[in-house]
Design a protein around this ligand. Structure first.
Ligand SMILES: Cc1cc2nc3c(=O)[nH]c(=O)nc-3n(C[C@H](O)[C@H](O)[C@H](O)COP(=O)(O)O)c2cc1C
Length: 360
């Protein structure tokens, strides 16, 4: 694999090709207004990444219902009031040459009590105070994910990624631990996956044929079961339900938490070995230099998602194109460095809660 391969366009089953293999990972940045409206700071942060060469720029997790808010300053896409600022963003990202996607999210039981009065989840949860959704509310949640995708399309985005990871509501539905429902959305693995699949199918049927659809999954923690997430990914790929699967691994070189001693496969390999037809596969987790990005493609992925490297360097792709050995500066970095990279004081205040990010 040469670095040139990272800069080969990637065709999707639907919509336009990504002009390289480097996608901006969804990154919560807490820069939106309290009502979920995109702010100028958030627009600037994303537009800088499009100008810096990311093939696809994904927004932060954007909540599809008001009570799905997971963070202060979170981007919203739950009402038409969000459309004008999202439309300006989609226009700007397109002009700067990147594909664009909105990550669709509902925090579920992970919504903070100081932000959300009515915390909901597939089943009641004493720790978070979440109550179980009624069946009608599950249907409404499905319809609101689909309505949010239509809104993203109306705003001019190339696609959406459905957030089915990290314990948020759709991955809570997938989880045998967190989902204890006894209706058609609980019980068997098939029933627990029903909501996610109905949302994916509903988006595909409601949006234009060239609208791109991705899904983010995480195979560990938050009550996820690796074998079930592998089986779900197999089924999503076999039915070519999405254009891409984004595996959130946090470290692309890690082994599964419960790996058998005689199984040397990395967590990533459980997904790269799945036949995937026209579906593209990407992964995120500690891709901080050209060598790791190339290695990821060598392992069988189609593209790499960059999170922390993209925060530290708005133009990591351009730097990599000029120098195959380029590596993002090591963390921690200074506040001045982040400011120069378009990371506003609000975003920096959020990052200061991440270990070893900003130098004191
Ligand atoms: C500040 C920050 C915000 C994040 N926000 C989101 C988010 O909104 N949605 C999501 O799916 N993942 C989110 N993640 C996870 C990243 O998308 C990515 O998967 C993770 O950071 C691992 O990639 P990295 O090692 O390149 O940072 C976030 C990570 C960070 C560091």
């Amino acid at each position: 694999m040469s670095s040139a391969d990272l800069f080969q366009p990637l065709e999707f089953h639907h919509g336009k090709a990504m002009n390289n293999r480097l996608m901006l990972a969804p990154l919560t940045n807490q820069q939106s207004h309290a009502d979920g409206l995109l702010s100028d700071e958030e627009h600037h942060w994303l537009a800088m990444r499009a100008a810096g060469g990311y093939g696809l720029v994904m927004t932060a997790a954007a909540h599809v219902q008001a009570n799905g808010q997971g963070f202060p300053g979170q981007l919203g896409i739950f009402g038409d009031q969000h459309l004008p600022a999202l439309t300006r963003l989609a226009d700007d990202l397109r002009q700067k040459g990147a594909l664009s996607a909105v990550q669709l999210h509902h925090a579920g039981y992970r919504a903070p009590a100081n932000l959300v009065n009515d915390i909901v989840s597939p089943s009641g949860d004493a720790d978070s105070g979440a109550r179980a959704l009624s069946l009608d509310e599950v249907y409404q949640l499905r319809d609101d994910f689909i309505a949010a995708a239509l809104r993203a399309e109306q705003a001019g985005f190339d696609g959406v990624e459905v957030h089915g990871a990290h314990g948020y509501i759709l991955s809570a539905f997938l989880s045998p631990e967190l989902n204890r429902r006894d209706d058609e959305y609980g019980g068997t693995a098939e029933n627990r996956a029903r909501l996610l699949l109905e949302i994916l199918d509903g988006i595909r049927q409601s949006c234009d044929p060239d609208f791109q659809l991705g899904v983010r999954l995480s195979p560990e923690r938050f009550g996820q079961n690796l074998a079930e997430v592998v089986a779900l990914t197999q089924s999503i790929c076999a039915t070519e339900r999405v254009d891409y699967v984004d595996m959130s691994l946090w470290d692309v070189r890690k082994r599964p938490i419960d790996a058998a001693e005689d199984d040397s496969r990395l967590l990533l390999h459980h997904f790269t070995e799945i036949p995937r037809g026209k579906v593209r596969l990407g992964a995120a987790g500690k891709i901080m230099n050209g060598q790791t990005a190339r290695w990821l493609l060598d392992q069988g992925c189609d593209f790499a998602l960059l999170g922390r490297a993209a925060i530290i360097e708005h133009d990591f792709p351009q730097k990599l194109q000029n120098n195959v050995d380029h590596a993002a500066p090591a963390l921690p970095v200074t506040s001045g460095h982040l400011t120069a990279q378009g990371v506003s004081p609000k975003f920096q205040s959020y990052l200061s809660g991440w270990p070893n990010f900003i130098q004191d």
